[in-house]
Design a protein around this ligand. Structure first.
Ligand SMILES: [Zn+2]
Length: 411
């Protein structure tokens, strides 16, 4: 049997194994030093160093090799005078980034790859690393891939807020509607929140944005009107129905207050029945819903009007949509219910953006994927407290429709 050369397991271009020894059953210790045939280069600018000042070493972890679960490497390196930087710099190495790395470059690459599929804690546990180290390695890899905003190909956008903590921490998210790619995420949900996104947008791209889907949220309306004065603002059905659900619930609560003691529990438990999509109800729930609607006229009316509200968005032209919208508002007002009057007022003051849906059939429902990702990351509490890391994880999770590049990457 040929003798195994340990050097072949550490095939670094400009460094060689000085010595190695087995430390316990599973631990391997290796000392690596620069190959003296190469003149040291500056790690900042790659220029050849003119004078060696100091020899130093750093401890890093390397990938597990065979039976050795942990491989600890002492990397010796030099500090050199860099003529280009005019300073003393650490020499450039192939094995690791001497600047602050805790692991070798090849180990970092492996960890980042595993983090695409496994939670940080699992990866950390498997390799006996601190989860913060694993997180930072993953973050650095993501930063390289997703750190800069990619504005290419943007024409239709969807903007929405996501709550990291309801009432406290919000992020604004911008999606490329056509591909579903998360283009940008930023802190807050105010008018100013979108400034960094629009300010860095190349002029040509800005002019090419045709429409932006959003909730009827004044901050976003102002931001988009300021930065993209020619783009159409489109209010989507999803948020309008969500707002209308609040009307239904208000009417239910008013009915509850006015109902006699005997019927109160009947109405109280009905919230969910009323807000859920009717197609998703079981037979028994459907029977209960029917009974409730028969018992209370106000609830029945607002409930039926929900379906008709959705019908507005099925119209294919602006005039047809406008007609449906006006008819709906008339019906809603005829109920004489105060929450309905308020809702109608809101629809009318956002009329143009609602009708724009006939021209640009875009919406924000694609953000659902993000909400699922948030739930996952909340369970893995780390990413969640580092907003920058969280943003990068979301971008990684929602890269949009494949362009074929990912497959090339994987092979
Ligand atoms: Zn330099």
């Amino acid at each position: 049997m040929p003798e195994l050369s340990i050097a072949s397991l550490f095939p670094f271009r400009r460094e060689v194994v000085e010595s190695s020894h087995v430390d316990g059953e599973e631990h391997l210790r290796v000392i690596v030093r620069p190959d003296r045939r190469f003149r040291p280069r500056c790690s900042t600018c790659q220029a050849l160093g003119t004078r060696i000042w100091k020899r130093q070493s750093r401890e890093v972890r390397d990938i597990p090799i065979g039976p050795f679960r942990s491989v600890r490497m002492t990397v010796q390196y030099r500090k050199v005078s860099c003529p280009q930087c005019g300073k003393i710099r650490v020499q450039d190495l192939d094995v690791c980034d001497v600047g602050g790395a805790r692991v070798t470059l090849r180990f970092a690459q492996m960890i980042a790859g595993l983090c695409k599929h496994l939670p940080v804690s699992t990866v950390a546990e498997r390799y006996g690393l601190d989860w913060k180290t694993v997180k930072e390695i993953h973050k650095a890899a993501l930063e390289e891939e997703f750190g800069t905003t990619d504005y290419r190909g943007l024409k239709l956008l969807a903007v929405d807020e996501i709550a990291l903590k309801k009432g406290h921490r919000y992020l604004t998210v911008v999606i490329d509607f056509e591909t579903g790619r998360v283009v940008w995420m930023g802190k807050g949900r105010s008018e100013r929140s979108l400034d960094p996104f629009f300010a860095a947008m190349p002029e040509g791209i800005r002019e090419g944005i045709e429409a932006v889907a959003m909730d009827m949220w004044q901050g976003y309306i102002n931001a988009v009107s300021n930065w993209l004065p020619h783009a159409a603002i489109v209010f989507d059905l999803f948020h309008i129905v969500q707002n209308y659900s609040k009307v239904i619930d208000q009417v239910r609560r008013d009915a509850y207050r006015e109902a006699g003691e005997d019927r109160r529990s009947f109405i109280k438990g009905a919230r969910w029945l009323l807000l859920r999509n009717r197609e998703n109800l079981t037979e028994r729930q459907e029977v209960r819903l029917k009974a409730l609607l028969q018992a209370n006229e106000d609830i029945a009316t607002v409930y039926v009007l929900k379906d008709q509200l959705k019908q507005i968005f099925r119209q294919e032209t602006v005039p047809l949509m406008a007609l449906a919208l006006d008819q709906w508002c008339d019906l809603a007002l005829s109920t004489g219910l105060a929450p309905m009057a308020k809702f109608v007022q809101m629809l009318q003051s956002h009329r143009q953006g609602i009708l724009n849906y006939a021209r640009h059939r875009i919406h924000t429902s694609k953000l659902e994927g993000i909400n699922n990702k948030i739930k996952t990351l909340k369970r893995q509490h780390y990413g969640y407290h580092d907003e920058q890391y969280f943003t990068l994880c979301v971008k990684e999770a929602l890269p949009g429709k494949s362009t074929g590049l990912e497959q090339v990457h994987a092979s």
